[in-house]
Design a protein around this ligand. Structure first.
Ligand code: 2P0
Length: 324
């Protein structure tokens, strides 16, 4: 009753921002991401009769408290699906090139879903696995697949039609995504709390939702056509609209820091100089920059020159789940 799985994290080009059901993790809007080859989690789950509780080791350190609780609650769902009340030892290793606050719930919960389902003897297809991973962390449902991936929000209140599908394989389009590592990051509002506060209090939230169907339709066409300027400009505008909703919340908040702004302005100035580069930002201060392989040297050089930038980690579109 032991299995190991690897999952890569993903970056949303059309963001998941807000839930319609918190306990089942059902999103208020469909969304779309690209899986990144530069960041992964490898997780081994071993169900054992002699354990009295779940055990969680992350990067070889024993984890207790909230993070263990999140793993145990997820394993409860796996146990309920299989009808087997047995505890597990979970060992996860995050493969992140530097220790820079890039640990990801997407790769973590996707790898945990795949390894635990296999270890307990469930044979789930990718759709079922995506639904299971979704219940651990929303963005994890997209990391089941490689390349470009859409999480279709679904309509049902039981979540049976809320899962991810692949839009294009990683081999479809060779783009680059630079994760810009900031030298200092402040404590942030968690994405769970940030989403909740925005949905409940921001008058801008309705405007956010209104634009999603158009963004999704246009970005899928841009991906199909390999139209980089179109894809990048839709992704950047969608990111800015997501972040605008947080400024309208009560109390208001932002994930941006001074260095975040400097990176955004550098990307815009690269474009003015004829280099197609676009940014996107999640629920934190780090920025991801999208560009084409032939512009790598120019983009890296400019990003490295920004005050407050420590490192740059380059990804290509990555693979979905694999078993080791
Ligand atoms: C995304 N984010 O689409 C969006 C954009 C952050 C900003 O998915 O509450 O860790 O576990 O479902 O998936 C981060 O939120 O949240 C996220 P839960 P999750 O990538």
């Amino acid at each position: 009753m032991k299995a190991t799985a690897r999952a890569h994290t993903n970056i949303a080009l059309i963001k998941y921002w807000g839930k319609r059901n918190e306990s089942l993790i059902l999103p208020a809007n469909s969304n779309l991401s690209v899986t990144l080859d530069g960041f992964s989690t490898e997780t081994t789950v071993h169900f054992q009769e002699d354990l009295k509780k779940d055990i969680f080791l992350l990067n070889e350190q024993n984890v207790e408290g909230n993070d263990l609780g999140k793993v145990a609650v997820f394993l409860d769902k796996v146990r309920a699906l299989s009808g087997n009340e047995i505890y597990a030892q979970v060992q996860s290793v995050n493969h992140v090139p530097t220790a820079a606050g890039f640990a990801s719930s997407a790769s973590g919960l996707a790898a945990l879903a795949a390894a635990s389902a296999k270890a307990i003897g469930l044979s789930l297809d990718d759709t079922e696995l995506s639904k299971l991973a979704r219940q651990g962390s929303g963005s994890a449902c997209r990391s089941i697949y490689g390349g470009f991936v859409e999480w279709q929000m679904g309509e049902r209140e039981d979540g049976a039609d809320s899962f991810a599908v692949q839009v294009a394989d990683r081999s479809h389009w060779d783009i680059r995504i630079a994760a810009v590592v900031l030298s200092k990051t402040m404590k942030k509002v968690s994405s769970r709390e940030g989403m909740r506060r925005t949905v409940e209090t921001s008058p801008f939230y309705a405007g956010w939702l209104e634009q999603i169907p158009k963004d999704l339709q246009e970005i899928k066409q841009a991906i199909a056509d390999k139209d980089f300027e179109k894809m990048g400009s839709i992704a950047e505008a969608n990111c800015l609209r997501m972040h605008a909703t947080t400024l309208g919340a009560n109390p208001p908040f932002t994930y941006w820091q001074d260095t975040t702004m400097r990176v955004m302005q550098t990307v815009q100035s690269l474009r003015e100089q004829g280099v197609p580069a676009f940014f996107t930002i999640d629920a934190g201060p780090n920025v991801k920059v999208l560009y084409l392989p032939e512009d790598e040297d120019k983009v890296k050089k400019r990003l490295h020159s920004i005050e407050g930038v420590d490192d740059i980690i380059i990804s290509k579109p990555g693979n979905g789940i694999s078993y080791l």
